[in-house]
Design a protein around this ligand. Structure first.
Ligand code: GTP
Ligand code: MG
Length: 190
């Protein structure tokens, strides 16, 4: 069993070339800005402020490597779908991710979508991308604590309509049972 509480921040890398020298399997959080990537990392490791979170989108700007129990890295990544308006540059996500996925250490993508909204074009594009690359993924619908029962049913319908018959898990960082399910799922893919 992996002890998710034994976690150490190793480094922030602008690109995969600058990742930590010690090679370990990697599990990366991907999703639109503000979906809850950094918050889920904190919940999985039972820490409140290990990874910085913010109510403003575009907060995480680098690939942040966290070593878990000496066995693998959780990699917190920038979100997509957020560019400073008027900027001619690619957003932080595109820049960093161009090279990230050709990565033999990558064991799984934790693909987060916001349970309160329909999937965005970026979500759908990213889903096509990981399927075409055959990268194992865990689809996670975040912030379900904000939904009532009928909204949850609608959310399930939206996911199935937009992505087809795909397995997904509901997530709230306030629900330890759901967080524990995610830990088990991650272990099964390592
Ligand atoms: P970027 O780094 O900007 O890409 O965002 P992120 O995906 O890392 O999101 P982050 O974890 O910073 O969370 C964004 C906001 O959503 C914060 O205000 C969190 O408190 C909130 N949030 C995250 N997860 C949950 C959840 O399960 N329930 C609720 N109610 N709020 C959540
Ligand atoms: Mg973040």
């Amino acid at each position: 069993m992996i002890d998710f509480k034994k976690v150490t921040f190793i480094k922030s890398s602008p690109t995969i070339e600058d990742r930590p020298e010690k090679r370990l399997p990697e599990v990366v959080f991907i999703g639109r800005s503000n979906v809850g990537k950094s918050s889920l990392l904190n919940a999985l490791t039972s820490r409140k402020k290990l990874a910085f979170t913010s109510s403003k989108p575009g907060f995480t700007k680098l690939l942040n490597y966290y070593e878990v129990d000496g066995k693998f890295y959780l990699v917190d990544a920038p979100g997509y779908g957020y560019t400073i308006s008027g900027s001619k540059h690619l957003d932080s996500f595109s820049k960093m991710m161009e090279t990230y996925f050709d990565n033999e250490e990558l064991k799984a993508v934790i693909f987060l979508v916001d349970s309160r909204h329909k999937l965005s074009k970026d979500d759908l594009d990213f889903f096509d991308f990981i399927k075409s690359k055959k990268i194992p993924f865990i689809l996670v619908a975040t912030k379900v604590d904000k939904l009532n029962q009928s909204e949850k049913a609608q959310m399930k319908k939206n996911i199935l309509t937009q992505l087809g018959d795909v397995e997904f898990m509901m997530m709230s960082t306030q629900n330890e049972r759901l967080v524990e399910e995610a830990r088990k799922k991650i272990c099964s893919l390592l």
